[in-house]
Ligand binder design. Structure first.
Ligand SMILES: [Fe+2]
Ligand SMILES: [Fe+2]
Length: 257
C-alpha cells in the first residue's frame, strides 16, 4: 500500500503540477507545460518517506522561460493524493460541496482554508521575489537598491517560517490529538499528516539557516539559485500537504459543526 501511495507516477504528476513558475502573484494560477513538452522524461526514485527524490526533467510553464534541466537531491514529501484505504475512511463530502455547506461559515473549515491560502501566498511571494532577483543582470545584484530588497526578502522568509511553525504547532498539539480521540477511524490519515510535518520540519530548518544568512549573500547568483530551489520545494510540499490535510479535516468540521 505504501509503495502505491508514493508511486512514481503520482510524484511525477504532482511535481509537474507544482513545478516552478516565475511570477510574483500567480499563486493560484496552475503552471502548465508548454505544448511541446511532457513530464514523461522525469525519473523519480523513491527510497523511503523522508527520502531522496532524484528528478531530472525540463520544466517550464507559459509564464516563465524554460529552466535548464535540473537534478535534485532533496528531502521532500511526495505530495500525492491520499491512498485509497485512507480515503475510504473519510467522510463522503466532495471539495466542491464545501463552500455550500450550512456549517462552512461557522465551523473551523473556513479558517483552515483561509490560513492555508495565506501561507501558500506567502510562500509564493518569497519564490517570486527570488525569481525577480534571478532575472536581474549580475551587475544589478550588488546595488544598494537590490540589497535593500534582499533584506526585505529575508524578513519575509522569517515571517513565513514563524507562521508555518505556528500553524503546524497548533495542528500537532491541538487539532490532530483531538481528531484522533474523537474520530479514531481517521487515525491513519492523521498520522500521515504528522509525518508530513516531520518532513516539512527538515526543510524549514534549511530555510531557517537561509533566513539567518546576511542579505549580502544574495549578491551571488548561485546563492539566489539555491534559495529559489528551496522555495520550489517548499511550495511543492505545502501544496501537497495542505490539499490532503484539507480533505481529511474539512469534511469533519463541516459534518460535526
Ligand atoms: Fe499541517
Ligand atoms: Fe494545516
Amino acid at each position: 500500500m505504501v509503495s502505491d501511495f508514493w508511486s512514481k507516477e503520482s510524484i511525477r504528476l504532482v511535481r509537474w503540477k507544482y513545478s516552478a513558475s516565475s511570477c510574483w502573484s500567480c499563486c493560484d494560477i496552475p503552471v502548465r507545460p508548454t505544448s511541446n513538452q511532457s513530464a514523461s522524461g522525469s525519473e523519480s526514485l523513491i527510497k523511503r518517506r523522508h527520502l531522496t527524490l532524484s528528478t531530472s526533467w525540463k520544466q517550464s510553464c507559459t509564464l516563465a522561460p524554460a529552466q535548464p534541466e535540473i537534478a535534485m537531491s532533496i528531502i521532500a514529501i511526495p505530495s500525492v493524493p491520499l491512498p485509497a484505504t485512507v480515503r475510504q475512511s473519510l467522510l463522503p463530502l466532495d471539495r466542491e460541496q464545501w463552500r455550500e455547506h450550512e456549517h462552512f461559515l461557522t465551523s473551523d473549515a473556513r479558517a483552515l482554508l483561509r490560513n492555508h491560502g495565506a501561507l501558500k501566498r506567502q510562500a509564493r511571494q518569497y519564490h517570486g521575489a527570488l525569481t525577480h532577483l534571478l532575472n536581474l543582470r549580475d551587475q544589478d545584484l550588488g546595488t544598494g537598491e537590490t540589497q535593500e530588497l534582499a533584506q526585505v526578502i529575508k524578513q519575509h522568509l522569517q515571517g513565513l517560517l514563524r507562521n508555518l511553525h505556528s500553524h503546524h504547532g497548533f495542528e500537532d498539539s491541538s487539532v490532530f490529538p483531538a481528531f484522533k480521540l474523537q474520530h479514531p477511524r481517521l487515525g491513519a490519515a492523521i498520522e500521515l499528516m504528522e509525518q508530513d510535518h516531520h518532513a516539512l520540519d527538515q526543510l524549514l530548518e534549511v530555510l531557517r539557516l537561509r533566513s539567518q544568512q546576511s542579505a549580502q549573500a544574495l549578491r551571488l547568483r548561485s546563492e539566489v539559485e539555491s534559495a529559489r530551489l528551496e522555495a520550489d520545494h517548499l511550495e511543492q510540499m505545502l501544496h501537497g500537504h495542505m490539499q490532503n490535510e484539507e480533505e481529511i479535516l474539512v469534511p469533519v468540521y463541516l459534518t460535526y459543526g
